[in-house]
Design a protein around this ligand. Structure first.
Ligand code: NAD
Length: 482
């Protein structure tokens, strides 16, 4: 059975304890590889390597850093099929998704930040003939980068690329649930000639490896993506040490459909927004609000389109819905669907695992995409993040009312508005408290724009200039000219 290894100081190494965890293929429920059960000793070794690598890497000219990171992008792209298959098996998502979205987007992340550093600017201010001020941006040192299982390589590369492009060194921790593509990335980094210690990848449980990274004195910068409860724990550890932190957390995103929307697009994209990646994208629209005049036809079309999604073996072509990532996540989805019943909801479609997928997948964690109506906006199912293929549809009568619904959760990650009335779209975009508002689209991403959440969806912004600022310290140099 394949053993995943840590990547520390340029070497692929076993965990110091010698202990491993099972890595399960969620489509079959079977253990298919082993992942290091890393601990504080492994983190200490990774931090020591990152510390040693920092002086040379931070002084390496941007052009050379860029060339090295571009080689990483090229190497992933050259092995696209291998990466896509590995992520499909590790995560349970359809191969078409890993091939067309996850892995190409990871390549883009490396390319984007590798070239961004070649065009960085700094500000200069003359102070009334007295002084010249300029802003000097410098790498911060060792960055701790912690990511979740839902978009494994994509989200990890979204952190690694800007951190090392800016001249930092890093200790990264992928989710223990989906470690395989991060392991493949370490092999790619070795091939691409990334100097030893610039990037270190330590595998293992959050409570051991993640907590050790967060608590380490020498890790001054933490970029974390994951659940809100974990984010609170990370913040609690990091705050007294005055670390710079970015937290990208959960969501319960509203998808608002007005009666004047282009219904063909609104239905098709709302289905995608609800169920892409089995509903396991932080940006999924899990609360759908539909203006009453369009409610009934929308619900009928939405249910029909949902029933048309093909659930199947993630490795097979033409599959829309693969497996839920793990047994605990499958159980969480089942719990919330039962809760929806208890709360008085009507399950229009789904609500249970599918009868059969195929023989290979008979023990996998599959769940039929589920559409619920009849629940109020304040019940638990419409307030708590489920993070699975479950969506709830609620009618509304007025603009003010739906703005209240949209803002009426603890979260504020993203929102989508479907309308052909542009002034109305602008009004909603201004008043909905979320980090992203999509109008007549969903999941379109421009890597230059700020990305992040409001309220309990997080603090800090990533993406483009925001990421380059996050991963650098800005210093004011003030020179007297009088
Ligand atoms: P999680 O919080 O359980 O784990 C995320 C990462 O943190 C994992 O690598 C985990 O091992 C680690 N971790 C766990 N405990 C830790 C601790 N005490 N200290 C440090 N690290 C620790 O989240 P998950 O279940 O892997 O991912 C799902 C969650 O991620 C959802 O809530 C989803 O909304 C969120 N998410 C947010 C975004 C975003 O951009 N806002 C993107 C993707 C996913």
């Amino acid at each position: 059975m394949q053993s995943i290894l840590h990547y520390i100081n340029g070497q692929l190494v076993e965990p110091r304890s010698g202990n491993y965890l099972d890595n399960i293929d969620p489509a079959t429920g079977a253990v298919y590889s082993r992942v290091p059960d890393g601990d504080g000793d492994d983190v200490n070794a990774a931090v020591a390597a990152a510390e040693q690598a920092f002086p040379a890497w931070s002084q390496t000219p941007a052009e050379k850093r860029s060339a090295c990171i571009l080689k990483i992008a090229d190497a992933i792209e050259a092995r696209l099929d291998e990466f896509a298959r590995a992520e499909c098996v590790d995560n349970g998502k359809p191969l078409s998704l890993t091939r067309n979205m996850d892995i190409p987007r990871a390549v883009k992340n490396f390319r984007f930040f590798a070239t961004a550093i070649l065009h960085s600017k700094s500000e200069t201010h003359m102070t009334d003939g007295q002084a010249l001020n300029y802003t000097l941006r410098q790498p911060r040192g060792i960055c701790g980068l912690i990511s979740p299982w839902n978009l494994p390589l994509y989200l990890l590369s979204w952190k690694i690329a800007p951190a090392i492009a800016a001249g930092n060194t890093a200790v990264a921790k992928p989710s223990e649930v989906t470690p395989m593509t991060a392991f493949m990335l370490s092999e790619v980094c070795r091939e691409a000639g990334l100097p030893a210690g610039v990037l270190n990848i330590v595998h293992g449980l959050g409570a051991k490896v993640g907590a050790a990274i967060t608590a380490h004195q020498k890790v001054t910068t933490i970029s974390f993506t994951g659940g809100t409860v974990t984010g609170r724990e990370v913040a609690r550890t990091a705050a007294p040490m005055f670390k710079k932190i970015s937290l990208e957390l959960g969501g319960k995103n509203p998808n608002i459909v007005f009666a004047d929307a282009d219904m063909d697009r609104a239905v098709a994209e709302s289905v995608r927004a609800a169920f892409a990646n089995q509903g396991q994208i932080c940006l999924c629209g899990s609360r759908i609000f539909v203006e009453r005049a369009a409610y009934e036809p929308f619900v009928n079309r939405f249910v029909a389109a949902t029933q048309g999604l093909k659930i199947g073996d993630p490795l097979e072509a033409g599959v829309d819905q693969g497996a839920i990532v793990s047994k605990p996540q499958f159980e969480k989805v089942s719990f919330y669907v039962n809760l929806a019943r208890e709360e008085g909801g009507t399950i229009l479609t789904g609500g249970s695992p599918p009868p059969t997928v195929n023989d290979r997948c008979k023990n996998g964690y599959f769940f039929t995409p589920t559409v619920i109506t009849g629940l109020g906006p304040n019940c638990r199912v419409n307030q708590e993040e489920i993070f699975g293929p479950v969506t709830s549809i609620i009618p509304f009568d007025a603009e003010e009312e739906v703005i209240d619904y949209a803002n009426g959760t603890a979260y504020g990650l993203s929102a989508t508005v479907w309308t052909q009335n542009l002034p109305k779209a602008h009004r909603l975009a201004e008043r909905i408290n979320s980090g992203t508002v999509w109008v007549n689209c969903w999941l379109l991403r421009d890597l230059r724009v700020p990305f992040g959440g409001m309220k309990q969806s997080g603090v800090g912004r990533e993406g483009g200039d925001e990421a380059m600022r996050f991963f650098t310290e800005s210093k004011n140099v003030c020179i007297s000219v009088s």
